[in-house]
Design a protein around this ligand. Structure first.
Ligand code: C5P
Length: 230
């Protein structure tokens, strides 16, 4: 892929895109973005973490969600029936040169990581937060250990993911034409032949998916001051 590389130090407009239109089925508490952790919804936490780094914040919501939200410093867009569709709607609603895509479900996002991603994106037009895997990894079959996966060089991919909007929009439009789906945007870039820089993320950036994750997030929220210190 070519034509979408960003020059380091270039001061194009930046937008944060937050897909938040999911139903939160695995959590079972209604739309997950509206679930509160330490007095703020997951979505408010995402908007607050990203706002200082961008010119505008766009949020994809499911129909009816807006009524249940406190006022947000963000523009809202109608989400789609999948995360991928929600992100495409967000991409089509902004003219920014650089987009930061971040799941509302990851409430503890530090400023240093966002800055690191904004720097790394200049290399190939795509960068994501990711963590080297520390656990033993196996493929399972019927609830039983079937095969060991070599852990060497495996990373668990997180968000935020930062892109040249032109590059990501091209990958999404190709995905739509050719029927590809991926669990995240970096996956679509790779499928389209692009390269994604991995930037070491943080364990505190975990995704709230299950009731266990929510319990962890609520226990941790009181100590969070907006930065992941080592
Ligand atoms: O379900 P999961 O946690 O993987 O969703 C990741 C993110 O994508 C969440 O923030 C969710 O709200 C969002 N999403 C969306 N539109 C959908 C499905 C999920 O914006 N149709």
């Amino acid at each position: 892929m070519s034509g979408a590389c960003l020059q380091s130090g270039q001061s194009g407009r930046r937008a944060a895109l937050i897909p938040a239109a999911g139903s939160g089925e695995r959590l079972g508490l209604g739309p997950k973005a509206l679930v509160e952790v330490g007095g703020l919804t997951l979505l408010e936490r995402a908007v607050r973490a990203l706002s200082p780094h961008v010119d505008e914040v766009l949020v994809a919501l499911a129909p009816g969600m807006e009524r249940a939200l406190p006022p947000l410093n963000a523009r809202t867009v109608l989400g789609g029936s999948s995360r991928q569709e929600s992100v495409l709607n967000l991409l089509r609603a902004t003219e920014a040169e650089v987009v930061l895509v971040h799941d509302a479900a990851r409430p503890f996002l530090g400023a240093a990581l966002v800055e690191g991603l904004l720097e790394a994106v200049h290399e190939t037009g795509a960068a994501t937060a990711a963590l080297p895997c520390a656990d033993t990894l196996v493929r399972a079959h019927g609830g039983r250990w079937a095969a060991l996966v070599d852990r060497e060089n495996t990373w668990a991919v997180q968000t935020p993911q930062v892109f040249s909007r032109e590059l990501l929009l091209a990958a999404h439009e190709r995905a739509l034409r050719e029927g590809w789906s991926a669990t995240d945007d970096a996956g679509l870039i790779v499928r389209a032949g692009g390269e994604v820089r991995l930037v070491p993320g943080d364990a505190r950036l975990f995704k709230v998916t299950t009731p266990g994750d929510l319990a962890l997030a609520r226990a941790f929220a009181g100590t969070w001051d907006g930065e992941a210190r080592t």
